[in-house]
Design a protein around this ligand. Structure first.
Ligand SMILES: Nc1nc2c(ncn2[C@@H]2O[C@H](COP(=O)(O)OP(=O)(O)OP(=O)(O)O)[C@@H](O)[C@H]2O)c(=O)[nH]1
Length: 480
C-alpha cells in the first residue's frame, strides 16, 4: 500500500505501546517519539509533526482520565484522529453527477503525470457508469495528443484533439462543444504543462478556463517532491482557481506523506492518488479510510467500491448466512480466498481488509501475498471435510498436521503458520458482536457512508474478512 512504511512504523509504535504493562507518561512519550520520527521520515513538515504530537498529547491527558479508562484505546483514537486532521483540508471538492454535463480541466507541470491521470480519472468514472470524453488541449508538447489518443483508445474513451491546430483555446472549445452535443456527462480537458511555474502557463490556463468554464480545475502534482508540494499547490491554487488536487507517483515514494500533508495544508482537497503507470493504479483519496488503511485497519468503503467494480452480482456467494450462523471455519476462509483471487490487484484489496498485516499490503509484494493465498488454498485442499468445518481447536493435532503437509507437498511449518493465521482471523471474528455481523444495509449510499462514518477502531472491530463478506452479501441485494 501507499506509504506502507509510514503506516507500518506508526502501527508498530502503537502496538509497542499496547504491549506495555502500564501505560504512563513515559510510555506515551516513547510512542509519540516513534510516531514523530516516522512522520519526519515520510517528509512531513517539522511544524506539522510538532503540532500532531502536541495535539495527541493534549487530547490524551493521562492524568485526567478516569480510573478504569482504556488508556491504550484513548491513545490509539487520538493518533488516528490527529492523522486524519493532518490530512484533511476541511472542505470537499466538486464531484460530477451522472447524466449532468460537467467540464473538468486538468492542469499541472510537465511530467507530473497529467495526461495519464486524465485517462485514469475518465476510466474511473466510466466504470461508475458515466459517459466521459477526453479533450487534448496540450499544444505545447509534441506528442501530447498521440499520448492522450493512445491512452484514451486503450481505455475505450472518446477523445478530441488536433495535430495541426496550435491554439489550445480553440481545440478546448471545439472539443467541449462536440462532446456536449454527444451528451457526454464528463468532459475532461487536458492542458499544456511547462517545466516550471511560469507566467505563460498560467495565462494559457486562464484562457482555456475562461473559454470552457470548467466546473472543476484539477491540479496534478508529482508526489515525489515531498514538502515542496506546499508552494506548488499554493501557486496553482491562486493562479488557476484549482478546486482539487491529484497527487501522482505515490507508489514507492517515501516523500508521499510530505506531499499529502503539504497539499492539505493549502486547504486543497486531494481527491485521488496515482500509484503507478497503469490505468488501475489510481485510488480515491478519502482521509479517514486512507488513515485506516495506512494503519492496517482496513477500508470498508473502498472495498465496497472495488468489489462492485469487479465481481458480477450473480457470482456472489451467499455465505453471510453461514457466517452469521456459525463459526469462522477454514472452509469459509477458503471461499473468501477464492473470491479474492477473482478481484484483481491483491495489494490494493488486502490493504482494505481490516486485520491484514502490512506485508500483504506493501506495493511490490502483491506477488508474495498471492503466492501465500495459493499456498494456503493448496494446504486446505488436502484437508478432510471434517477439518475444514472444524471448530474444535484441539482437532488439529500433530498427526493431522503432518498428514496435511505431506498431502499438499508443503512444510509442516507452513501448515502451522496457516492455522495460526486462521486462528487470528477467527479470533477477530468472534470478538464481533452478533448484531454487527448482520449489518442490514439497503443501499450502496448508506454502506459507503457507514464505512466513512465509522470510527477507525470500530472498523477494526468489524474484524477480519467478515466485513468483506457482509458487503458481498449486500451487493447481491443492491445491484438490481
Ligand atoms: N510510478 C508512477 N508513474 C507515473 C504515475 N503517473 C504518471 N506516471 C509517469 O510519469 C510520466 C509522465 O507522465 P505524463 O502523463 O506524460 O506527464 P504529463 O504531466 O502529462 O506531461 P506533459 O503532458 O508534458 O505535461 C510517465 O512516464 C507516466 O507513466 C504514477 O502514479 N506512478
Amino acid at each position: 500500500m501507499v506509504l506502507a512504511q509510514l503506516g507500518g512504523s506508526i502501527a508498530a509504535a502503537l502496538a509497542r505501546m499496547g504491549r506495555a504493562t502500564v501505560v504512563d507518561e513515559k510510555v506515551l512519550a516513547e510512542c509519540l517519539n516513534e510516531i514523530a520520527r516516522a512522520l519526519l521520515q515520510a517528509d512531513v513538515r517539522f511544524e506539522t509533526v510538532r503540532d500532531v504530537r502536541a495535539n495527541i498529547k493534549g487530547t490524551v491527558n493521562l492524568d485526567a482520565l478516569a480510573a478504569g479508562t482504556d488508556k491504550r484505546r484513548v491513545i490509539h483514537q487520538a493518533v488516528v484522529g490527529e492523522l486524519c486532521r493532518m490530512l484533511d483540508p476541511g472542505k470537499p471538492a466538486f464531484t460530477p453527477t451522472k447524466g449532468k454535463p460537467s467540464v473538468v480541466m486538468f492542469v499541472g507541470l510537465q511530467g507530473s503525470g497529467k495526461t495519464i491521470t486524465c485517462t485514469k480519472y475518465a476510466d474511473y468514472y466510466r466504470r461508475k457508469g458515466f459517459n466521459p470524453a477526453l479533450v487534448c488541449a496540450d499544444t505545447f508538447r509534441a506528442g501530447a495528443f498521440d499520448q492522450l489518443k493512445q491512452n484514451a483508445s486503450k481505455a475505450k474513451i472518446p477523445f478530441y484533439g488536433s495535430y495541426i491546430e496550435s491554439d489550445p483555446v480553440k481545440i478546448a472549445v471545439e472539443g467541449v462543444d462536440r462532446f456536449r452535443k454527444e451528451k457526454c456527462d464528463l468532459i475532461i480537458v487536458d492542458t499544456s504543462g511547462r517545466h516550471k511555474q511560469e507566467a505563460a502557463l498560467f495565462e494559457e490556463m486562464r484562457q482555456v478556463s475562461e473559454a470552457t468554464k470548467p466546473n472543476l480545475v484539477i491540479f496534478v502534482m508529482d508526489g515525489s517532491i515531498g514538502q515542496a508540494a506546499f508552494d506548488q499547490a499554493q501557486a496553482f491554487k491562486q493562479s488557476a482557481s484549482v478546486g482539487a488536487v491529484i497527487v501522482t507517483k505515490m507508489d514507492g515514494h517515501a516523500k508521499g506523506g510530505g506531499a499529502l500533508s503539504a497539499v492539505a495544508a493549502t486547504r486543497s482537497p486531494v481527491i485521488f492518488i496515482g500509484t503507478g503507470e497503469h490505468l488501475p493504479d489510481f485510488e480515491v483519496f478519502d482521509v479517514k479510510p486512507f488513515v485506516s488503511r495506512l494503519l492496517g485497519m482496513g477500508d470498508l468503503s473502498g472495498l465496497i467500491d472495488k468489489i462492485q467494480d469487479v465481481i458480477p452480482i450473480n457470482q456472489q456467494p451467499d455465505i453471510l448466512d453461514e457466517l452469521t450462523k456459525g463459526a469462522f471455519t477454514l472452509r469459509l476462509l477458503y471461499q473468501m480466498f477464492q473470491n479474492l483471487q477473482n478481484m484483481g490487484p491483491l495489494g490494493q484489496l488486502f490493504s482494505m481488509i481490516p486485520g491484514f498485516s502490512a506485508q500483504f499490503i506493501e506495493k511490490g509484494k502483491e506477488k508474495e501475498g498471492q503466492a501465500k493465498i495459493k499456498r494456503y488454498m493448496t494446504i486446505m485442499d488436502s484437508m478432510t471435510e471434517k477439518e475444514l468445518d472444524n471448530t474444535n481447536p484441539k482437532l488439529m493435532n500433530e498427526s493431522r498436521i503432518t498428514r496435511i503437509a505431506r498431502g499438499s507437498g508443503r512444510l509442516v511449518k507452513e501448515v502451522v503458520d496457516m492455522l495460526e493465521e486462521h486462528k487470528r482471523m477467527a479470533k477477530m471474528w468472534s470478538k464481533l458482536p452478533l448484531a454487527n455481523r448482520k449489518l442490514n444495509m439497503n443501499n450502496r449510499g448508506s454502506l459507503k457512508s457507514l464505512g466513512n462514518a465509522l470510527p477507525p477502531n470500530m472498523l477494526n472491530q468489524l474484524g477480519g474478512l467478515n466485513g468483506l463478506q457482509n458487503m458481498m452479501k449486500q451487493m447481491g441485494t443492491q445491484r438490481k
